[in-house]
Design a protein around this ligand. Structure first.
Ligand SMILES: NC(=O)c1ccc[n+]([C@@H]2O[C@H](COP(=O)([O-])OP(=O)(O)OC[C@H]3O[C@@H](n4cnc5c(N)ncnc54)[C@H](OP(=O)(O)O)[C@@H]3O)[C@@H](O)[C@H]2O)c1
Length: 292
């Protein structure tokens, strides 16, 4: 039996067996099927994935030492900036444009499971890239440094390449029954729960400002009863759900990167609230109710 998917036969000489990266989901409902065909992952993908994981660890270490200089932690010394709203659109647009380009380049672009995963990805990123910046209430004088924007764009281009390539080209492919598998159903439910928590929390934060204002209030109610950054918790749950639904190493790496990025930032926000608001609710934690 030929074990190499059609689209990657020509690259087999430089490929790494996918089994060394991730258990296959080729067996339908079960996650690992003994008779599953082995997919070969091209060397470039393998290298990019490891580089991305290295970046996640590096970011985590850096963000524990210093807070990312945008929003309330913005400060001089990071070079010139551009208006925050525009910066958000540019920052997030690779997650739409690059993802779509790589997805459509793959041989399995018309299959139902990759299309369902594309729909989840776009549900989040069309909103985050084009609608969130319109909704946000921001001081018109506030800017985001180009240096930080460039890092964000680089990360997003890499992340979307890894995730989209897995769905339609590099990964072992999804059987027709994948959408009824526990991994997909549980992952999609977690994705939607995280999405709802993230949008709900961001809406509460938005309600603390009038249009054109840039000050900070003390968020209360809803998930803010327990933690200072429920929007970040929602974001992490979203990408854990995606990783489960896609059952991919790229999805797991993105979930890890999101946590590596947002857990230190949630701690920074929490300490900032404690300094800024005397009498800040003592039972409130940073990002994990009752724990952290
Ligand atoms: N996937 C990822 O790795 C990743 C990375 C970063 C962000 N995100 C997501 O992108 C969204 C925005 O991120 P962010 O870091 O900007 O979140 P954030 O610091 O919580 O701020 C969200 C928005 O609310 C405003 N805001 C926050 N706290 C406020 C308060 N106490 N009073 C009044 N306004 C307040 C902020 O204004 P200022 O900007 O003026 O502070 C900003 O416009 C979040 O949903 C986050 O989950 C995802």
């Amino acid at each position: 039996m030929d074990v190499v998917p059609r689209c990657y036969r020509r690259r087999a000489a430089t490929a790494t067996p996918v089994a060394s990266l991730w258990p296959s989901h080729r067996g339908g409902g079960s996650l690992v099927a003994p008779s599953a065909p082995r997919c070969r992952v091209p060397a470039w993908y393998h290298h990019l994935l490891w580089a991305y994981l290295g970046l996640a660890l590096l970011s985590f270490a850096a963000l524990l030492a210093l807070s990312a200089p945008y929003g309330r932690h913005g400060r001089a010394g990071w070079g010139p900036g551009l208006p925050t709203r525009l910066a958000w659109v540019l920052w997030e647009s690779p997650q739409v444009i690059v993802f779509l380009a790589v997805f459509l380049h793959g041989d399995r672009r018309a299959e139902v499971a990759p299309l369902a995963l594309l729909a989840l990805w776009m549900l989040h990123y069309l909103d985050r890239t084009f609608l969130f910046p319109l909704r946000m209430r921001v001081d018109p004088a506030r800017t985001t440094p180009w240096s930080i924007l460039a890092l964000g764009v680089g990360h997003n281009a890499l992340c979307s390449t890894l995730n989209a390539a897995w769905l339609t080209g590099v990964g072992p492919g999804y059987p027709p029954g994948w959408l009824a598998s526990p991994a997909f159903l549980g992952g999609a439910a977690l994705f939607l729960a995280g999405f709802a928590l993230n949008r709900w929390s961001d809406a509460i934060l938005r309600g603390l400002r009038r249009p054109g204002e840039g000050g900070y209030g003390l968020p209360r109610g809803g998930p803010f009863r327990w933690i200072s950054c429920p929007n970040y918790l929602g974001e992490i749950l979203t990408w854990c759900g995606w990783a489960l639904a896609a059952w991919s190493p790229a999805g797991a790496a993105f979930a890890l990167y999101t946590a590596a990025n947002l857990v230190p930032r949630a701690i920074d926000h929490h300490l900032w609230y404690l300094r800024r608001f005397p009498g800040y609710p003592p039972e409130r934690r940073a990002i994990l109710p009752f724990v952290l």
